[in-house]
Ligand binder design. Structure first.
Ligand SMILES: Nc1ncnc2c1ncn2[C@@H]1O[C@H](COP(=O)(O)OP(=O)(O)O)[C@@H](O)[C@H]1O
Ligand SMILES: [Mg+2]
Length: 246
């Protein structure tokens, strides 16, 4: 007959230790008493944990789609920050962002910086196309894309976030005007956030209504700038050219 098993002081401790080890291996920590700690702890299920994961993923996409020169781009303008904040919180509330100014004043830098800032916020959805206006028109011309121009038009119309760099530098033709109008009008109707950079200001008229020079209205047509006027944060970049310094 075996002896009835009893647990001495040591045996009980040993089992408690084993039990704690098993629970720890399964990720179940010891029960602690005391006040409940509600600070974000980066555990799955914690909103901050998920936001951070979305931000990491979005930043990878941003890096992959951003040219080498702008890999360190950060936006610095408060108006750009406000626009980016709106896009991250509710994309349809943000409207367009137009950055204007002479060449080399940092428009493209600011534009990529804005897109990065949106990524940093960890938005629910993050997908963008960045394209220069000349490349865009080349793509949209008959025969400009193997996938077909209609496919490309639809893609540019529907992409959640679009950057058109250097709008208005092209020689304007009926084709470019029509293509620009169709694209921007659709994005306007769907309230899809769109960043535009241009070396032309939107409207150069002075108080007396006299144009001081070519502007986006004379170059692209009033149909387009009427659209822009209604839902656009316009930011004029000036100062000396930063080219050569970088
Ligand atoms: N805030 C900035 N900090 C550092 N470099 C900048 C900044 N803004 C612009 N640059 C650099 O200056 C150069 C011109 O800027 P860019 O954005 O290309 O000008 P734009 O688009 O107005 O012609 C680029 O090489 C860019 O990387
Ligand atoms: Mg530029």
């Amino acid at each position: 007959m075996s002896e009835p098993m009893t647990l001495g002081e040591h045996g009980a401790e040993r089992i408690a230790r084993k039990l704690a080890a098993v629970l720890e291996a399964r990720g179940i920590g010891p029960v602690e008493r005391g006040p409940v700690d509600n600070t974000p702890n980066n555990e799955p299920g914690d909103p901050e944990f998920h936001r951070q994961r979305r931000a990491d993923w979005a930043l990878k996409r941003w890096q992959a789609a951003t040219p080498y020169r702008y890999q360190n781009a950060t936006s610095s303008h408060p108006g750009v920050h406000e626009w980016a904040r709106k896009v991250a919180a509710d994309p349809r509330s943000a409207g367009f962002l137009l950055l204007t100014g002479p060449f080399g004043t940092g428009k493209t830098h600011e534009a990529y910086g804005a897109l990065r800032r949106i990524a940093d916020a960890g938005p629910e959805k993050y997908e963008f196309i960045a394209i220069t206006a000349p490349d865009m028109y080349a793509l949209l011309r008959p025969g400009g894309s193997e996938r077909g121009t209609e496919y490309e038009v639809q893609r540019l119309k529907r992409i959640p976030l679009l950057l058109i760099d250097d709008l208005g530098t092209e020689k304007i033709t009926e084709f470019t005007e029509e293509a620009t109008y169709r694209l921007l009008n659709e994005r306007y109707n769907e309230s899809l956030p769109t960043v535009i950079t241009s070396n032309l200001e939107a409207d150069s008229r002075d108080e007396k209504g006299v144009r001081r020079g070519p502007d986006l209205t004379t170059t692209l047509g009033a149909r387009i700038t009427d659209r822009l006027r209604q839902m656009t944060t316009v930011i004029g970049m000036d100062g000396p050219s930063r080219r050569g310094a970088a």
